[in-house]
Ligand binder design. Structure first.
Ligand code: PLP
Length: 368
């Protein structure tokens, strides 16, 4: 077989362990999964209602143009329908962007310690990847600018950044965008946008009006709570959307997902409530880190990267055996950290209790 040679360096995405597998393996009945930044409160009651009451015409193809969802999202943001592109999750948009813009001989710039799908898809397209080390969990925008040359076609910004939770300030983003060449696409992945509470986070829509080379990515998988249905979208100048559209599969967003997403975006009080509870949850994690002298990054997302000082895989395994699934930092570029999704108050208390147990065990081992 004449596989692309870069394929030999790629592994399939390692998903968080499925709950049923963990139950079986360790003989547990209760499991909490805080590994994939899903919403612990699920989704809006309005979504629940429409899912139950609709007679889904599943024999029919979905609306390939997502007309109704497009209308809902464009009026939500105050943009035109032709400034939107929909994906089967925002992962699907990342694929379309790399398919449309990356190829051998072209390079793409991103931070180290950021969302893995940018480099994964860049490798599939055989593009050169230029990674710029993060500084305290934050993108080094000057360093990224310095890596851009005439062969650069895409720059990836993730803010809030997965897995650090750090974010790009408006005051640093604007001068950066002024300097990026107009023929380089800047992808601004705002998957955790709805969790942000920082005042100096950039206003997003003015960006795409002012800079015709920016695309903002959003998802319904995180705060909107419908990860399983797979819906994401990009917002950009119409000239960008027009070029990306041919790289989109014709029926990439299914009809259940389209309808559910419309309901989800119409219920902003659910979103506000989730944002608020997430803040309270984060405070519990911060307090724990302070009490145990663990370093962490302040987070604008619904997760926290905590440096326990012990190997991420070891902490992961300890918690797993006690029914708590988190993400080891080892595969994320933070070998002595774990990334924990902020759960419900009860889930947070449980993971922190088990983590305390781990740290105590380590302390008493060391004292022997
Ligand atoms: C979860 C996540 C995505 C992907 O979300 P889907 O819409 O479910 O594909 C994209 N970017 C970042 C940074 C994420 O954390």
């Amino acid at each position: 077989m004449k596989w692309k040679k870069h394929l030999y360096t790629l592994k399939p995405y390692q998903p968080g362990k499925p709950i049923d597998d963990v139950k079986r393996e360790f003989g547990l009945t209760e499991i909490i999964k805080l590994a994939s930044n899903e919403n612990p409160y699920g989704y809006s009651p309005k979504v629940k209602k429409v899912l139950k009451e609709t007679d889904w015409q599943l024999a029919l193809y979905p609306d390939g143009g997502a007309v109704n969802l497009r209308e809902a999202v464009s009026s939500f943001w105050g943009v035109e329908g032709n400034q939107l592109i929909f994906g089967n999750g925002s992962d699907n948009l990342i694929q379309m962007i790399t398919k449309a813009l990356l190829s051998p001989g072209v390079n793409t710039v991103m931070a180290t310690g950021t969302f893995s799908q940018y480099s994964h898809n860049a490798i599939l397209e055989q593009a050169e990847i230029r990674e710029v080390p993060h500084v305290n969990g934050r993108h080094d925008l000057d360093g990224m600018l310095a890596q851009i040359d005439s062969n650069t076609s895409v720059v990836w910004l993730c803010s809030p950044n997965n897995p650090t939770g750090e974010y790009i300030r408006e005051a640093e983003l604007l001068p950066f965008l002024e300097q990026v060449p107009e023929d380089v696409l800047v992808v601004f992945d705002a998957a955790y946008y709805e969790y942000v509470t920082a005042d100096d986070y950039p206003a997003l829509i003015p960006l795409i009006t002012r800079y015709k080379n920016v695309i903002i990515l959003h998802t319904f998988s995180k705060i909107y709570g419908i990860a399983s249905l797979r819906v994401g979208y990009g917002i950009a100048d119409e000239s960008i959307i027009r070029m990306l559209e041919p790289a989109r599969e014709p029926f990439n967003v299914n009809s259940v997902a389209q309808r559910a997403a419309m309901e989800a975006i119409s219920d902003q009080s659910f979103i506000d409530e989730c944002r608020q509870r997430n803040r309270e949850g984060l405070q519990a994690f911060y307090q724990f880190c302070e009490n145990n002298q663990l370093s962490y990054y302040p987070s604008q997302g619904n997760f926290i990267l905590m440096d326990t000082g012990y190997k991420g895989n070891e902490v992961f395994q300890y918690l797993l055996e006690r029914g708590v699934i988190v993400r080891s930092g080892e595969a994320l570029g933070f070998p002595t950290s774990i990334r924990v999704t902020v759960g419900s108050a009860a889930e947070n208390a449980l993971v922190l209790k088990e983590l305390e147990g781990f740290l105590q065990t380590k302390k008493s081992e060391a004292a022997k």
